[in-house]
Design a protein around this ligand. Sequence first.
Ligand code: SF4
Length: 335
Amino acid sequence: MIYYKESNDNKITCLLCSYYCDLKDEQIGICGVNKHVDNKIECLVYGHISAFNIDPIEKKPLYHFLPTSKSLSLGTVGCNFHCNFCQNHGISQEKEIDKSSYTSPQRVVDIAREKKCASISYTYNEPTIFYPYAKDIALEAKKYGIKSVFVSNGFESSEVIDDMKGVIDAINVDLKSFSEKYYKTKLGGNLNQVLKNLIHLQKNGIWIEITTLIVPTKNDSVEELTKIVKWIKENLGVNVPWHISAFHPDYKELNLPRTSFESLKLAHDIAKEEGLKYVYIGNVGYENNTVCPSCNTNMISREYFNVKSYSLKNECCSNCGTKINGIFWKNQKET
Ligand code: SF4
């Protein structure tokens, strides 16, 4: 894929996200890291990693994608959104790119192999803004059977989503609100595009899980939560896992309280009532197990991000044989 195209008046359009920034020579886009240089778009953060960790895949969070595995997780600086409550604002809103070290795609994959990671996650900041780097890593990783995971705000361009097919295996998308106005004024991007992209990602065979951070007074009304849940059910289906996550004051959003347990439980109950099969409140240690939707047997027990027991058999409930949706190890032993 070529990540840009010519536009009018000697401008170049960046095709990495749905802003489609039209950039004149030397201009940098909204994300702060893609720049028009000599009739091309240069991804200024290519190879310049800002954060690098080995995490359980459950921390992304992905609960139905190779449970118990390790994921080499990396991000750069920059973001195409500017959320007031960003918990990674130190890197996502950073404008300075530290070019003192360069990590080649091959080196990232070597580390993933050395550390026995089943996947590489592009996370911490928005990966679509460094897609040229992520894709080069993902293609190299594929040679060794290592999978690739996006943790994203869902504002990719449709060109990138088409290119992700067969390259990126799974994605966790933040569906941050169901208000177009809130997206436009407080977050970035737009709701309608994020919803279209979720459908497009699923159509392209990428395993999707969705996270909603419940922010007091911003997206925690029964009406809004119901709209989110109904949309997931009607457009993606009841098998898509929904992670409900608790807000804590951070960055510029310091005057709101932490999300109450009652509020998380309300979201959970609405989702179950509407028929979503897999609903999790992971980061407070409640409703964190994967339960067979047919016979209610506990298949995967978790304590926060640690898997305590696992009893799926070849992707199916070991009690009644119902298929559990997701991408699971074929012959993982029970624990
Ligand atoms: S990645 Fe998005 S925000 Fe950044 S320059 Fe490209 S179109 Fe603009």
